[in-house]
Design a protein around this ligand. Structure first.
Ligand code: ZN
Length: 312
C-alpha cells in the first residue's frame, strides 16, 4: 500500500483547509451563565442538551460552539467534568465543531480558581475576558494578576484565548499583554457590545475597537451584540468583513416579542445573510488553520504595532 496516497502530506492538507478569502466565522453561544428555561425553554442546560444544541448549530453553519455548563440546579459552574462531558458528546456524534470553553464563570459570581479549571482540559479555544467592568448589577473582576495567570495556563496548555473585550480599555489591556508576550499571535478578538456597564452596541463603538487592533500581525475579530443588538451588529460585522457570534447566551429572541425557538435558528438566519453577502461559511478545519489551533504558539513579538498609541 502506498502510504502517501492514503495520507497526503500535512502541507497539502493545510492547503485544502486554507481559510477562504471572504469567509465568515459564525460562533454559537448556546447557554451562557444566566439565561433560564423560564425565560426561553430552548436554552440548553444539561450537558446532553448543550452538546445537541452545539451540533445543531454546526449543521446550521457555525464553526465554533462557545460553551458554558450548569450544575444539577441549572446554576452556572466551571466544573471541568461537565465541560469534558459536553466535548465528549459532541465528538462521539462525529461533529467537528470547535469547542470554546468559557472561563468567565458567572461574570462576577465565580471564584478565580474555579474559572481557571477548564483550561486544564486544553480546549481548542477558551474565553479570556480582558478586563473588569460593571456587568448589569454585578461587578466582573478580571485583575491583571488573574489574567496573567489565565494567559500563562492557556499558553502552557496550547489553548487559543478568545480575547473578549467589553469596552476599549480591554483592548488596551490586550495590547499590553501582547507586548509582554503573554498573549501570542494569531490573535482572536470577540467584541462584546451592549452589556450594561460596557461599551454600547453601536457601530461607532465597534469601529473604534477595530481601529485599536494591532497591524502587521495576524489578528481577527468577531462581534457579539447583546439583546436586540445581536442581529444588527452581526450584520454590520459581516458587511465590514469581520466575524460574528450569535446564540441564546446573548439574546433570547428571534425578533421583538418572539422568542427564538433554538440556537440553530439564530445561526441559520446569519448563514442566510452571509450567503446574500457573498461570504462563505468558514468550516471548523479552516478556522483551525486560521487561528493555528492545536499548534505550538507563535513566538512573542518584541513590539506589537498598533494605531492607537503614539510611536515612542
Ligand atoms: Zn460566554
Amino acid at each position: 500500500m502506498n502510504a502517501t496516497s492514503e495520507h497526503p502530506p500535512p502541507d497539502s492538507q493545510d492547503k485544502a483547509d486554507a481559510f477562504p478569502r471572504d469567509a465568515v466565522i459564525i460562533s454559537a453561544a448556546t447557554t451562557g451563565s444566566w439565561p433560564t428555561k423560564a425565560q426561553n425553554p430552548a436554552v440548553p442546560i444539561t450537558e446532553e442538551e448543550i452538546a445537541t444544541a452545539a451540533i445543531a448549530c454546526r449543521n446550521a453553519g457555525a464553526a465554533i460552539a462557545h460553551v458554558h455548563v450548569r450544575d444539577a440546579e441549572g446554576i452556572v459552574t466551571c466544573d471541568p467534568r461537565r465541560y469534558a462531558r459536553v466535548r465528549e458528546l459532541i465528538a462521539a456524534a462525529g461533529c467537528d465543531v470547535i469547542v470554546n470553553m468559557s472561563t468567565g464563570g458567572g461574570a462576577g459570581s465565580s471564584a478565580n480558581e474555579e474559572r481557571l479549571a477548564p483550561v486544564a482540559l486544553a480546549p481548542e479555544i477558551a474565553s479570556f475576558d480582558c478586563g473588569s467592568l460593571n456587568f448589569g448589577e454585578r461587578v466582573f473582576v478580571n485583575s491583571p494578576a488573574f489574567l496573567g495567570e489565565l494567559a500563562a495556563r492557556m499558553l502552557a496548555a496550547g489553548v487559543r484565548p478568545e480575547i473578549e473585550c467589553f469596552e476599549p480599555g480591554h483592548v488596551a489591556n490586550a495590547l499590553r499583554f501582547m507586548e509582554q508576550g503573554v498573549l501570542r499571535p494569531p490573535f482572536w478578538f470577540q467584541f462584546v457590545l451592549g452589556v450594561r456597564g460596557g461599551a454600547p452596541a453601536t457601530v461607532k463603538q465597534l469601529q473604534h475597537l477595530i481601529d485599536m487592533l494591532p497591524t502587521g500581525v495576524p489578528c481577527h475579530w468577531s462581534v457579539c451584540g447583546i439583546g436586540r443588538a445581536q442581529l444588527p451588529l452581526g450584520l454590520v460585522a459581516m458587511a465590514m468583513g469581520g466575524h460574528v457570534r450569535t446564540g441564546l447566551e446573548d439574546n433570547l429572541y428571534y425578533r421583538k416579542g418572539e422568542l427564538a425557538t433554538s440556537n440553530a435558528q439564530l445561526v441559520a438566519r446569519l448563514a442566510r445573510f452571509a450567503a446574500e453577502l457573498g461570504r462563505p461559511l468558514a468550516t471548523p478545519q479552516q478556522v483551525r488553520q486560521l487561528l493555528a489551533l492545536n499548534r505550538p504558539p507563535m513566538p512573542a513579538r518584541p513590539s506589537i504595532p498598533n494605531r492607537c498609541q503614539p510611536d515612542a
